[in-house]
Ligand binder design. Structure first.
Ligand code: NDP
Length: 318
């Protein structure tokens, strides 16, 4: 039982590697720099890693870079993709690694004789930015696709990168006959295994580290352990197919702050919204497909507590 995880040092991928090792898989894991202890020590110290974790060097932008990590793997989990909002050159920093990187990985899968299924970490970002209104009665589901023109209009470059990458992946696998399943998680929270700070955990850290205001933004939220498990189920369950929205609840930042205040009354949480417009309305995201896969979502409040505890333990909290 050999599988491959790209971008293995990342927030989601680290949990995925941990759970795969726990389930007895041999994991071929790609990182950009296998000699960077900061990126690998938390992986090589996982239970089962000594016997069944192999690290490979691979970069999304180097053609053929993933050939050796993919050859011999029956399952490929492609998680690597940059997730930042603060970019100077969206093309070079986000779009190219996301789109060309995904095609690069899929090309290696097409060449290999071992790959049975590819699970791609896409995002709810590739689902919900299509200009349709999102109000409390609207249920976003897997039939929604984000519209690249709208992403460009909104200058949402990360959202655009995920939208274009997933679209390119579906086109490629249709042509080459590869079995692909995509995971479309919302903002991921929960404990960090890696020592560095990732973008979604940083959104919570920002709130508890003295931010004066919270964003007037409504987002879906999901626990990292559920996301990692969903990846594995998407690989293991023969009937899994298409896309899976992974969202436990949809909540405005004011609600996140309210829950954090309930959990940590003494933390200096922001009182005010960043603008004085009406709060962006909430909406629903279908859990039907994710539930059918076997996911029983961890509640948002538990995820927030786990995130804060983990950020404290790793000394990110002021
Ligand atoms: P992290 O930033 O923790 O992980 C991103 C990973 O991508 C890192 O391992 C990073 O490697 C790798 N990577 C970035 N650029 C390159 C490159 N040029 N070549 C090789 N590897 C590269 O983020 P997350 O764990 O949060 O994200 C993982 C995936 O999940 C991404 O596809 C992201 O879009 C998706 N996602 C995340 C959500 C979230 O809220 N966290 C929500 C929905 C989807 P390195 O360590 O070397 O930098």
């Amino acid at each position: 039982k050999v599988v491959c995880v790209t971008g293995a040092s990342g927030y989601i991928a680290s949990w995925l590697v941990k759970f795969l090792l726990q389930r007895g898989y041999t994991v071929k894991a790609s990182v950009r720099d296998p000699n960077d202890q900061k990126k690998t020590a938390h992986l090589t110290s996982l239970d089962g890693a000594k016997e069944r974790l192999q690290l490979f060097k691979a970069d999304l932008l180097e053609e053929g870079s993933f050939d050796s990590v993919i050859e011999g793997s029956e399952g490929v989990f492609h998680t690597a993709s940059p997730f930042y909002h603060d970019v100077k050159d969206p093309e070079a920093e986000l779009l190219d690694p996301a789109v060309k990187g995904t095609l690069n990985v899929l090309n290696s899968c097409a060449k290999s004789s071992s790959v049975k299924r590819v699970v791609l970490t896409s995002s709810i970002a590739a689902v919900s930015y299509n200009g349709k209104p999102r109000t409390p009665d609207v249920i976003v589901d897997e039939t929604w696709f984000s519209d690249p023109d709208i992403c460009k209009e909104l200058k949402q470059w990360y959202v655009l990168s995920k939208t274009l990458a997933e679209d390119a992946a579906w086109k490629f696998v249709k042509e080459k006959g590869i079995d692909l399943v995509t995971m479309n998680p919302a903002m991921v929270i929960g404990p960090l295994l890696q020592p560095t700070l990732n973008t979604s955990a940083a959104a919570i850290l920002n709130l508890i580290n003295g931010a004066q205001t919270f964003l007037n933004f409504t987002l879906g939220w999901v626990n990292v352990k559920d996301v990692a498990n969903a990846h594995i189920l998407a690989y293991e369950v023969p009937s899994a197919s298409g896309r899976y929205c992974l969202v436990e609840s949809v909540a405005h930042y004011s609600e996140i702050v309210r829950l954090l205040r309930e959990l940590y009354p003494s933390l200096p949480l922001p009182e005010k919204c960043a603008d004085d417009k009406l709060f962006m309305p909430t909406y629903q995201v279908s859990k039907e497909k994710a539930t059918s896969l076997g996911i029983d979502f961890i509640p948002l409040k538990t995820g927030l507590k786990e995130t804060v505890e983990s950020l404290k333990e790793k000394q990110f909290v002021n």
